[in-house]
Design a protein around this ligand. Sequence first.
Ligand code: FE2
Length: 212
Amino acid sequence: MNLQPATDLANLAVKVLEAGARRPFAPSAELLSGAELIRGLSFDNASEPQSQPIVDRYLDSHQVNDPGAAAMLAALRAASPLMSWNDIHDGYGGEPGMEHFCQNFSFAALAAPPRWAGGVAVASKTVGLTFTLQGPDVYYPDHAHKAVEIYYVIAGKALWKRGGEPWVERYPGDIILHTAGMRHAMQTRGEPLIAMAVWITDVESPIAVVRA
Ligand SMILES: [Fe+2]
């Protein structure tokens, strides 16, 4: 099987993180750390990927103007058939009020702890490289984890909340850092959000919904 699309997508992840690190006021140390961790990944085997109905519906529905984000969207579409798109019930199935979110959210990894690694993903205890799809008009409730997390918006605009900051509209090409334990939330409106999430520490830390 040709695994080159997974390598291409990981290489683009390195590129956007390195470019992001050169921007004014960027969290450069974290972004360069993420780039370095991803550069070490190599893809050599694939279990049978699984896919969910929402993936085809939302992955093909975007026009993106930002050139870096547009390139990553094209690479994600090319790599998607190698990737296992999971629903997030395993993480939040026991939580009340999460049904609409769980039915309209999907994620696929290129690197993840073994329990989340399917398809072409590398099982890793040092880095998480995940792509997320959040359907339109979906609230991803406040949650937190010990892992330091870098988000990169690939397609769709969404409202974003970090810690106690107000909601901010985020666009393709934007980079958002969540420090260890910082609560964060995302709200989509009329369009789906496609994003990359990179965990650069504590990749096995659990995710907790924060309700107060
Ligand atoms: Fe997160």
